[in-house]
Design a protein around this ligand. Structure first.
Ligand code: PMP
Ligand code: GLU
Length: 387
């Protein structure tokens, strides 16, 4: 059975309360609060005025596929042809397409856990079985080579990697991914590398394009990324896969039957996002950097709450387990679900339960929110935890 997305569900719950006039401090959904940069908006308006409002080729307009291919060839050092790129309706759709292309009933997909909420359900949708590999906080939420080796069976089709990670913010070192890649290459397992947060890393953390780690990897790797996070374009719904040509052909054909094409106007906006000035990306990253520092400072002062500092993305994955068994805001809190539901109903703070990401004991806070809201949110959480 497919579960509804817990992140979207918490976001919807927060929105409903807001509509009733409740001043919700909303840290549920992982989406930048910034408006899409003006140059990107202008490109969309121009596209509309120029009549680019018709169906496009199912796999996306050639100019955008070429622009994406150029990013991989020029910036990631992975020689990529436009034919390997398929533009989809957001990275989530891109992941769904990729899984449909390579998985089916009887197959297994290895997913390090905690994992982004949609991975396991998207795998199940293909009839395949998600094989969750727990990576504890004490191991930095990273899957080791030994764990990968132990999880692989003759049925394993794919390993899903997400660095920087949602929900933990973990960024694997290049050497750690290289070691995993080496092990992968000893098997027949393919890799789906979700690199949607590639441009959002902090301090010494550096993103790695998995396919670029070995010349044999592009033939068995599907890279997923998109414009949603980097360019504050969540509503435009543009993501992509970069895959071996046969897989891309399948994905394009699938899309031609499922959705025809991603939104024409959004595709023109995405070209401007990728090829236009990148100043706004720098500005937004600077703000995320400030917010991250503030969030870590405030978590440090929250009684009984710890958090591994995120190397990337915009989430704080807080360990709140020490509060389980307590009464908070007049309600018994026993797990991450009751913790988050009680924080929402009693303190008006919207977080997402760790259990949705396969990690009981945690609550995820998105800091893609302005500092003033973060301040109010932590004030409210402090009171809530002291209650
Ligand atoms: N992958 C990860 C890890 C994410 O956090 C998200 C969240 N949006 C997505 C994929 C999907 O991105 P999009 O909004 O472009 O569908
Ligand atoms: N990826 C974001 C999140 O994890 C957006 C919501 C979603 O797509 O599930 O909150």
């Amino acid at each position: 059975m497919i579960e509804p997305s817990a992140t979207i569900a918490m976001g919807t719950e927060a929105r409903k309360l807001k509509a009733r006039g409740v001043a919700v401090l909303d840290f549920a959904l992982g989406e930048p609060d910034f408006d899409t940069p003006a140059n990107i908006q202008e490109a969309a308006i121009r596209a509309m005025r120029e009549g680019k409002t018709h169906y496009t080729p199912p796999a996306g307009i050639p100019e955008l596929r070429e622009a994406v291919a150029a990013v991989y060839t020029d910036h990631h050092g992975v020689k990529t042809d436009a034919a390997q790129v398929v533009v989809s309706n957001g990275a989530k759709h891109a992941i769904h397409n990729a899984l449909m292309a390579v998985c089916g009933p009887g197959d297994e997909v290895v997913i390090p856990s905690p994992y982004w909420v949609s991975y396991s359900d998207l795998v199940k949708l293909t009839g395949a079985t998600p094989v969750l590999v727990p990576t504890p906080e004490s191991a930095g939420f990273k899957m080791t080579v030994e764990q990968f080796r132990a999880a692989v069976t003759p049925r394993t089709k794919l390993l899903m990697i997400n660095s920087p990670s949602n929900p933990t913010g973990v960024v694997y070192e290049r050497s750690e991914l290289a070691a995993l890649a080496e092990e992968v290459l000893k098997t027949d397992v393919g890799v789906l590398s979700d690199e949607i947060y590639e441009q959002l890393t902090y301090g010494d953390a550096k993103p790695t394009c998995f396919a670029g780690l070995h010349p044999d990897l592009p033939a068995r790797t599907i890279t997923v990324s998109g414009v949603s996070k980097t360019y504050a374009m969540t509503g435009w719904r543009i993501g992509w896969t970069v895959a071996p040509p046969a897989v891309s052909k399948f994905i394009g054909d699938l899309q031609s039957q499922e959705t025809s094409n991603p939104c024409s106007v959004s595709q023109y906006a995405a070209i401007e996002a990728i090829t236009g000035p990148q100043d706004s990306v720098k500005e937004m990253k600077a703000q995320f950097t400030r917010r991250r520092a503030y969030v870590l400072e405030r978590i440090e002062k929250l009684p009984g709450v710890t958090c591994l500092p995120p190397g990337g993305a915009f989430y704080a994955f807080m360990n709140v387990a020490s509060h389980f068994g307590r009464v908070l805001g007049g309600k018994q809190v026993d797990d991450s679900t009751s913790f988050c539901l009680t924080a929402l109903s009693q303190a008006n703070v919207a977080l997402v339960m760790g259990s949705a990401f396969g990690a009981e004991g945690f609550a995820r806070m998105s800091f893609a929110t302005d500092l003033a809201t973060l301040e109010k949110g932590f004030d409210a959480l402090e009171k809530f935890l002291a209650s």
